[in-house]
Design a protein around this ligand. Structure first.
Ligand code: PLP
Length: 452
């Protein structure tokens, strides 16, 4: 589904206006969908979890990127969220793409994107994929070890190679350096081998870890990359491009990260050096653009044994045990750790439940939608639909409302590393539907020209 913005939405080109419009559009889409479902009569699965995506948010992030890192061309990391409309929009905005597998490469090429706008940023590639990208003329790829260089020499000697170096990823949510990256002790030997094999090294890449929080990691990595540029020159390589990877969060840390990176680039790779700068941002673009709605499919009431045994008067507000006379509940929703909430396991996130609809009333974006810290609040734990005990979204949360089967919760910031790593465990779908809205006319205009 694609819901356009209302014609008369009062857009004045102000980013804050558009944020407001974004919430209106998302709220309308959520409400329309859940109100259209008759929970007693609907088809099996009609009340399944669904996403609402605001492509305007992706567009706003692009403008934010351009404003903060004007010299750095983004190659969106497809792995983060390969949503076709997101890819379409980013292609129309002129971005490149970081792909890690044949199917990601196919998805991007099938949109008509030129192979030169793809970097195969996986330092340890499958032989047959290397042959495949050679046939497709996707020339840019990363490497970080000698075995990989020999593989490339065998299957695609004309490839344009980026030497991925090790970084300090200790401040990141998802650490990558234990698996990838050549230490500065090994870079000369790798460059020497690449020269012997007659390969074409064109740049250096790094990744400071996904969800990084220490801007200084970028400074150190840029400095190390500069050292490798000098080493490469000694082996006859004239490197043309620095790839500063991903790791950018969408929150306010971005401006700080970008500031440090901008200064480091200006110091070590100034514009007059002629070095192109690219990056591989993933979560930065999509995390805030996707909201997910989940239906409460079952509830278990936990009667408080303390209240039963102690005969507490719940009306006695002087008692410290006053709330222990209340029940608490286990809520079971139709998505969980094996589904879109895989981000809890793999991406170390803690998605925050909010009330979308309860007892026939809508709560999106109201104060009552939020958890309460009030001692009188009703306590819930929130669980996914599978039979595994690990499948828990929230250990403990309090709301003012009593929630029951048929009510709906929503979770914001669900765009990064969610749907892409969902499984079909227990036979639940991993292919939830998405309603698209667009709070930025600029994005809508671009999408209009390249709708699937
Ligand atoms: N590039 C590479 C090689 C990655 O492995 C990743 C994430 O794992 C990314 C880019 C995207 O990182 P992020 O989503 O933190 O920007």
């Amino acid at each position: 589904t694609f819901l356009e913005q209302p014609k008369n939405h009062g857009f004045h080109g102000n980013r804050n206006d558009n944020k407001l419009l974004s919430r209106q559009l998302i709220g309308n889409a959520l409400r329309q969908r859940v109100e259209s479902i008759d929970h007693d009569l609907c088809e099996a699965g009609e009340e399944d979890t669904f996403f609402v995506a605001d492509l305007g948010e992706v567009y706003r992030q692009h403008l934010r990127w351009k404003m903060n890192l004007p010299r750095v061309k983004p190659f969106y990391a497809v792995k983060c969220n390969p949503d076709p409309k997101v890819l379409q929009l980013l292609a129309a905005l002129g971005n490149g793409f970081d792909c890690a597998s044949k199917s990601e490469i196919d998805q991007v090429l099938d949109m008509g994107v030129d192979p030169s706008r793809i970097i195969y940023a996986q330092p340890c590639k499958t032989n047959s994929y290397v042959r495949y990208v050679a046939a497709k003329n996707v020339r840019q790829m990363t490497f970080d070890n000698a075995d990989e260089l020999r593989k490339i020499a065998r299957f695609f000697p004309e490839a344009e190679l980026y030497l991925r170096i090790l970084t300090d990823d200790s401040s990141s949510l998802c650490r990558l350096s234990q698996k990838f990256g050549a230490s500065l002790d090994s870079t000369e030997a790798l460059l020497s081998l690449a020269a012997q094999l007659g390969l074409n090294v064109v740049g250096v890449s790094f990744h400071v870890g996904s969800g990084a929080s220490d801007p200084l990691a970028f400074l150190k990595a840029v400095r190390d990359a500069h050292t490798v540029f000098q080493q490469a020159a000694a082996y006859g390589f004239e490197l043309k491009t620095l790839d500063v990877g991903g790791g950018f969060c969408a929150d306010e840390t971005f401006e700080r990260m970008a500031g440090v990176l901008r200064n480091a680039l200006d110091e070590y790779f100034p514009a007059h050096s002629g070095v192109n700068i690219i990056a591989e941002p993933g979560r930065f673009y999509v995390s805030a653009a996707f909201t997910i709605a989940c239906n409460i499919i079952a509830r278990r009431t936990l009667e408080d044994p303390a209240a039963m045994n102690l005969n507490i008067d719940p009306a006695d507000s002087t008692s410290t045990l006053v709330n222990r006379g209340e029940n608490s509940y286990m809520l079971y929703v139709n998505d969980g750790l094996y589904g879109n909430f895989s981000c809890i396991m793999f991406d170390h996130q803690s998605p925050e439940a909010k009330i979308l609809r309860a007892g026939g009333r809508n709560y999106y974006d109201t104060d009552a939608a939020h958890a309460t810290t009030d001692a009188q609040g009703v306590e819930y734990s929130i669980w996914g639909p599978t039979c595994d005990g690990i499948d828990r979204i929230t250990e403990s949360i309090k709301f003012d409302n009593i929630l029951d089967v048929g009510d709906w919760l929503y979770f914001e910031d669900m765009g990064a590393y969610t749907k892409c790593s969902a499984t079909k465990f227990n036979g639940f779908t991993a292919d939830h539907s998405c309603i698209y809205v667009c709070s930025e006319p600029g994005a809508l205009a671009l999408l209009g020209t390249c709708m699937l």
